[in-house]
Write a protein of this length. Structure first.
Length: 141
């Protein structure tokens, strides 16, 4: 907290720390962070729900983010998303029965020059051909 000008300024990083250790930010964790930072749970929840990378419910061991920006969409993001869904057995917003994968859309991964793109955990994959999805996911099984 010494790196931030106010306790409120550290709230995103505090939630990211909890998420790194627990995989997501539970209501109980939010209450603990709120008490530590002297914020309300509602204030923190508002921040958490604004940031798409803060997970407020359990996610799979690997989170697959399929970019749906305009560029990715024009270059086949829908086909890519469907391929990931078929290969993982997960619908968008869901988690596989074995808890291995969660599939989520994301507005932009910043890789428009190599679209379509997806991210698995913190690994960015660009120029992804839907045909390669099975091989790609096999690395995370």
């Amino acid at each position: 907290m010494t790196r931030y000008p106010t306790r409120q300024a550290v709230c995103v990083e505090a939630m990211r720390i909890v998420q790194r250790h627990r995989g997501w930010v539970s209501d109980e964790s939010l209450q603990d962070i709120a008490a530590l930072l002297q914020m309300t749970v509602d204030e923190l929840d508002g921040v958490a729900t604004f940031y798409s990378m803060i997970f407020r419910r359990p996610v799979g061991r690997h989170v697959v983010l399929v970019c749906n920006s305009v560029t990715c969409w024009m270059l086949g993001a829908d086909r890519l998303r469907d391929s990931v869904s078929d290969a993982s057995g997960v619908n968008v917003g869901g988690t596989s029965a074995d808890g291995r994968f969660t599939l989520l859309p994301i507005v932009c991964l910043g890789a428009c020059d190599h679209a379509p793109a997806l991210m698995i955990d913190s690994d960015l994959h660009t120029d992804v051909d839907p045909v390669r999805v099975n091989d790609l996911l096999a690395r995370y099984r």
